[in-house]
Design a protein. Structure first.
Length: 384
C-alpha cells in the first residue's frame, strides 16, 4: 500500500460490518482501503465462527425486521452470483410459554412486513417436533425461509469480492486517531500512514479500546460460550429439515440443527461477563459446560448423554440497549463509528454496509436509534 496514495474511504475492521461497508463503497467506484488487524472472520472476532442465525422476528421492532429482509435478499443474491452455498434455509422456530407477548408482537410485525410464517400451537409442535422437550412451551412461530449463514466463510467471500471490485485489503493494526476537525491519515503499528477522505472504524469489541474516552464506557464486550453436542450415528432427527434453527424465547437460549456434521449447536443468549477481546480465555468453563449439558437433557432428551464434540468462546459487542452504533465521531468530522452488533448484528451486514455507504457518499439521513447520543454507559437491553 503506497504511502502517497489517498483513498476515498478507509475502513478499519473486516468483520461483517466493515466488509460489507467496503463492498458497497467499492461497488460505487470509490477508492477503498480495508484494514484488518487479524484477518476476515478471525477466531477472536464477533464475526468469527462457522454459523450465525438470520431471522426476521424482532417482536414489535419493525426496523430490524425490515433490515433483516433487506439483508437476506442481499446475502442470497451475493451467494447466487458466486455459486456459493453459504446460506442454509433451515427455517427458524421461535418457542414461548405463557409469556408469549413478544411472539404475538412478532406475528403482527411479520404480517405487516409480508414475511411468510406459520403459527403452531402446543399440539402442532408435539406432532412436528417430537425430538424437542416442550415443557412450559405453549406456542411457536416458524419462519420457513430464514435460516443459517456460514459466517466465517461469508465474511471472507465479501472481502474477496470487495477486492475484486477494486478495494485494497491489508492486514495491519491501526492506532486510534487524535485531533479535531478533519483528520488526514491514520497510522499502523508498523509506522505506515494511510490517508483517506473518510475513515470508518468498524472494529466490533475493539471500538472501546481504540476510542477509550468516547466508547470505553459505551461498548460492552461480553463472553459467550457455545457448545456442540454429538448426534447419534445415522440419526437424522437433529438435522434440517427435521429440526430447524430454534430459539426458546423465555429461556434466552438458541441453537441450530446439525450442520456439516458439527453436532447440535447450543448457545446462551444472556450476556456473560465483560471481557477484553484480545486477552479473554477462549476455553469454556466447567460451570457453563454443566449448564449446557443440563439444558440439552431438558430440551433434547435423546441427547441427554451425547458427547460435547466442539466448543467455542466468542463475544457479543453490546451497546447499552442493543441498538447499533452508526455515527460520526463527535470531534473528528470525517471519522465514523460502525458497531454495536450486540449479538444480533451479523445477519444485518449487507444493510449496515448499504446504510453507511449512503451516508458517506450521498449524505443520506441518519437513523436516530443508531446515534452516539442514544448510547448510555449503563446496560439496559431492549433489542433481542
Amino acid at each position: 500500500m503506497p504511502n502517497q496514495k489517498k483513498y476515498d474511504v478507509a475502513v478499519i475492521g473486516a468483520g461483517v460490518f466493515g466488509a460489507w461497508t467496503a463492498w458497497h463503497v467499492a461497488k460505487r467506484g470509490q477508492r477503498v482501503a480495508l484494514i484488518e488487524a487479524y484477518g476476515p472472520g478471525h477466531s477472536r472476532a464477533s464475526s468469527g465462527g462457522e454459523t450465525r442465525i438470520i431471522r426476521m422476528g424482532y417482536g414489535a421492532d419493525e426496523l430490524y425486521t425490515r433490515w433483516s429482509q433487506n439483508s437476506l435478499m442481499q446475502w442470497k443474491k451475493f451467494f447466487a452470483e458466486r455459486s456459493q452455498t453459504l446460506f442454509l434455509e433451515t427455517g427458524v422456530l421461535w418457542m414461548a410459554g405463557d409469556k408469549d407477548a413478544r411472539l404475538r408482537e412478532t406475528s403482527a410485525t411479520l404480517k405487516r412486513c409480508g414475511v411468510p410464517f406459520e403459527e403452531l400451537d402446543r399440539a402442532a409442535l408435539e406432532i412436528r417436533y417430537p425430538q424437542i422437550g416442550l415443557a412450559g412451551i405453549e406456542r411457536g412461530i416458524l419462519e420457513p425461509r430464514s435460516g443459517v449463514l456460514m459466517a466465517r466463510r461469508a465474511v471472507a467471500a465479501v472481502v474477496e469480492d470487495a477486492v475484486r471490485l477494486g478495494a485494497v485489503y491489508r492486514c495491519a493494526q491501526v492506532h486510534g486517531p487524535a485531533g479535531r476537525g478533519c483528520i488526514q491519515e491514520v497510522t499502523t503499528s508498523d509506522g505506515q500512514k494511510i490517508a483517506a477522505e473518510q475513515f470508518v472504524f468498524a472494529c466490533g469489541p475493539w471500538l472501546g479500546k481504540i476510542f477509550p474516552e468516547i466508547l470505553g464506557a459505551r461498548i460492552f464486550p461480553s463472553r459467550q460460550e457455545v457448545f456442540f453436542f454429538g448426534i447419534p450415528a445415522g440419526d437424522m432427527r437433529f438435522a434440517a429439515p427435521s429440526l430447524p434453527t430454534w430459539l426458546f424465547q423465555e429461556d434466552l437460549v438458541y441453537g441450530m440443527p446439525d450442520i456439516e456434521g458439527r453436532g447440535l449447536k447450543i448457545a446462551f443468549d444472556e450476556h456473560g461477563e465483560q471481557v477484553d477481546p484480545d486477552t479473554q480465555s477462549r476455553i469454556v468453563t466447567p460451570a457453563m459446560t454443566e449448564l449446557g449439558r443440563k439444558y440439552v437433557a431438558r430440551r433434547f432428551p435423546a441427547l441427554k448423554d451425547a458427547p460435547i464434540v466442539e466448543t467455542r468462546v466468542c463475544q457479543y459487542e453490546n451497546s447499552s440497549n442493543g441498538d447499533f452504533l452508526i455515527d460520526q465521531h463527535p470531534e473528528m468530522e470525517n471519522v465514523w463509528f460502525v458497531g454495536g452488533g450486540s449479538g444480533h448484528g451479523f445477519k444485518h451486514g449487507p444493510a449496515v454496509g448499504e446504510h453507511v455507504a449512503a451516508q458517506l457518499l450521498d449524505g443520506a439521513p441518519a437513523e436516530k436509534r443508531y446515534s452516539l447520543e442514544t448510547k448510555a454507559t449503563i446496560q439496559k437491553r431492549a433489542v433481542f
